[in-house]
Design a protein around this ligand. Structure first.
Ligand code: UD1
Ligand code: CA
Length: 419
């Protein structure tokens, strides 16, 4: 198979977002938009990935790190100009180039693979992705000739008459033979209305030169959604969330009400766990089997919940490990905590993990019982099978011995041995 390299266009200002954050760094289900595009580019086998940056480039570059090559587009002169910025880097390159926009987070690997397959099979110079949508406003329309061949892409601002009604739109994903791409880019003229060089004009140039163009249509048109406004961002969030929840349900997780359940991508949940309504689970969370979570539970990044754990209403767990069979059924907070197995955490118990300067660790050992409304001021350790009386305040630095009972404010050990 021919080598493939990818270019991700991400220099645009994202004016319509009305934000000081570069558009591609806005998040959808916990990840920046551009991350989804990078993921598909990698998953389809791109050997090198070049990101074209401009607006807010230092922020985006910092996010991308070092395994993505970045080039700077000095003036935002349009998508064709953006691609031209990578010409030097691809000077001696003979393979195919995949071009993606940094603002299309819903693309799936499978659709890109279809493009690459068709591109290879038909030996086209350009194969690109289209979608048939309910509302084509804002997108480039696909103009086809009598035989159905693609003739041109007409940008929204230039579309007139019947062209405005065309429901087949350009998603902004293209595979090109590299050398032909850069040769044709030179022929693109400035669009007089927007004062930009449109990459999409390349289609008409190819057509006029009788060069082979192919297209692939998405099966699921939501894949083509480009984020231009905060409204698009919310729509993308809704679609991606449904995909994530569906996958979890198909893997054996009960989600009582998907409409009120918010789970980020990559969260792992074991079979027969039940997620009740109004639950929020952030990225980098693992939950075991047969757990009961919610209603109104929030599990934040960096948390690992073992099997048979119950986290009930108004509980929050952040950067914490919770061992098997542990129960926290009513309101409470665990932050930076290491909680063992078979622990009972009473209603209203709180770990005070932040002392104003640093986050400190609370260790609650196997079999411990933390009474209702108690506060554990980290760093503290509660020993195995120890018992903290209701309303106690365990002060900073304390270690409650195994099998002891501690009560009061500040908590004092009153008995070494729990009955
Ligand atoms: C573009 C396409 C349109 C398609 C739509 C799909 C063009 C001319 N139009 O329109 O046919 O339907 O995407 O979402 O290509 N960018 C740069 N440098 C620039 C301008 C843009 O890097 O000078 C980047 C943006 O960051 C963005 C992408 O290119 O990631 C697309 O640009 P955008 O302005 O969003 O184009 P659309 O108007 O959405
Ligand atoms: Ca766009």
């Amino acid at each position: 198979m021919k080598e493939i390299r990818a270019i991700i266009l991400a220099a645009g200002k994202g004016t319509r977002m009305k934000s000081s954050t570069p558009k591609v760094l806005h998040t959808v289900c916990g990840e920046p938009i551009i991350q989804y595009v990078l993921d598909v580019a990698k998953e389809v086998g791109s050997k090198k990935i070049y990101a074209v940056l401009g607006h807010g480039s230092s922020q985006v570059r910092e996010y991308l790190g070092t395994d993505i090559y970045t080039v700077e587009q000095q003036k935002l002169l349009g998508t064709a100009d953006a691609v031209r910025c990578v010409e030097k880097q691809l000077n001696n390159y003979k393979g195919d180039v995949l071009i993606l926009c940094g603002d299309t987070p819903l693309l799936r690997k499978s659709v890109i693979k279809n493009i690459l397959r068709k591109h290879k099979k038909t030996n086209a110079v350009c194969t690109f992705l289209t979608a048939v949508v309910h509302n084509p406003d804002g997108y480039g329309r696909i103009i086809r000739g009598d035989s159905g061949d693609v003739v041109a892409i007409r940008e929204d601002k230039d579309a007139v008459g019947y062209e405005r009604e065309i429901a087949e739109i350009n998603v902004g994903v293209y595979c090109f033979k590299s050398a032909d791409l850069f040769k044709a880019l030179k022929q693109i003229k400035l669009n007089p209305k927007k004062k930009e060089f449109y990459l999409t004009d390349i289609i008409e140039i190819f057509y006029e030169n009788k060069v082979k163009i192919e297209s692939v249509e998405t099966e699921d048109s939501t894949e083509g959604l480009g984020i231009n406004t905060r409204n698009d961002l919310a729509v993308a969030e809704g679609i991606l969330r449904q995909r994530i929840l569906k996958e979890l349900m198909l893997s054996g997780v009960t989600i009582i009400d998907p409409k009120t359940t918010f789970i980020d991508g990559g969260v792992k949940i074991g079979e027969d766990t039940v997620i009740r309504p109004f639950t929020v689970i952030e990225k980098d969370v693992t939950i075991g089997k047969k757990c009961a979570v919610g209603p109104f539970c929030r599990i934040r990044s960096g948390s690992k919940i073992a099997d048979h754990v119950q986290l009930g209403n108004f509980t929050e767990v952040s950067r914490s490990k919770v061992g098997p069979n542990t129960i926290m059924k009513h309101f409470g907070y665990l932050g930076d905590s290491l909680v063992g197995a078979n622990v009972n955490i009473g209603a209203g118990a709180v770990t005070a993990n932040y002392d104003g300067q640093a986050k400190n660790v609370t260790k609650i050992s196997d079999g411990a019982f933390v009474g209702s409304d108690s506060v554990l001021i980290a760093p503290v350790r509660v020993g195995k099978n120890a018992y903290i009386g209701a309303g106690s305040v365990v002060t900073k630095g304390k270690s409650i011995p195994d099998s002891s009972i501690a009560v009061g404010v500040p908590a004092k050990v009153i008995s070494k041995k729990k009955k």
